[in-house]
Design a binder for this molecule. Sequence first.
Ligand SMILES: [Cu+2]
Length: 409
Amino acid sequence: MKTFFVFVFFVATSLSAMAQEVVNHLLIARNLGEKVMHDGLSLRTFGFAQTLNEQPPIPGPTLYANEGDSVVLDLFNVSQGAPHTIHLHGLDVNQENDGVPHLSFEVHHMDHGFYYFVAPHPGTYFYHCHVVSSIHVQAGMYGVFIVKPSDGSNTTWDGGYSYDQDRLFTMSEMDPIWHEDSVLEHPHDTTVEVHDISIPAYNPTYFLVNGKSEQQLLEPEIALQTSKEAVSFLRMANIGYLANRITFPSELNATIVSTDGRPIMPAEVSDTLWVLPGERYGVLIEPLVDLMDSISISYVNMNTHLSENIQYIPVNVSGTNSLVELNQDLGFKLYPNPSDGAVFIVAPEGIPYTGLKVLNSLGQVVYSELEIKQSNQSQILNLDLNQGSYSIEVLYENQTIDVLKWIKK
Ligand SMILES: [Cu+2]
């Protein structure tokens, strides 16, 4: 049956979408993950990794395909525990590939399970395990699947809005009690549809954006850095069990344009957006003025209607610098601050650089620092630069690499 289905799948997709590609993603299901929270508490987690020697990140890896691509998800269970599946939340896939265990199949320890589908409407979707999902999702088995338009361009959908940058914010919570072995080591008899498992009342104490909270949200990769000239497309996704009431500063001119892989017609200009558990919304940000502020996310208990917590995504709108980074191959990031001319540069983990130069468009060195300690992953450069185009070179393993470019206006 499975072989027949695979054959039909590829024939069908190759006829209907000759120009599209086959996209393969591997997700390794793990039951012995560890996540260190903002206050240092370590929680046991489940999750999806992409290599055997990494902690499963929470959220799991963000997966991409273009509309019309034939997608193959390879779920490899290396958990020595419960079976797992991948449910494709919001994606239009058939029942066999939808990951609801008793309606499709489940994947046991040391087995692979393959999910096949054609990427449907461009949009933001979840994937998550559907085995005892209330526990496995809380444990960390979730991530986002993004479908881009068929040409892979920075537009919301074919013929939709164009944007300069695309940012994903995934909201969730964690209750440490639910991460104790007594909850995570639940029975998983695969012959029954409904398990009789008693779960403690849900009292989350960590309220997360992209797996981070509190002071971790000040880290540069969370902040929304943009300019008056730029359009940002925010994907606001809630995989927690509380509702999110999101408030945008009015100056951001937030416009809600899509949900669940479908356009919202007409688009709605609004400073407030509710995202209920499992929902995803597309929001265009076109700032009217320079601004330093934040987007607030209130985590609202749907039984009591009370806000249990508020987290803040920093926003920095500066009209004096364009969006940055033409070459991100190595994962370097750059955050210019126009108010004081400082530039914050962040190197990816595992790529220590030993020297750094800033060059102008003529190739002249305008700043250099030739002895940087091996461990240095980020630093602030105080640059007083004229308008123009600049690039940053780093010295890495005795090679000079051109890593970043930006335009100061
Ligand atoms: Cu699972």
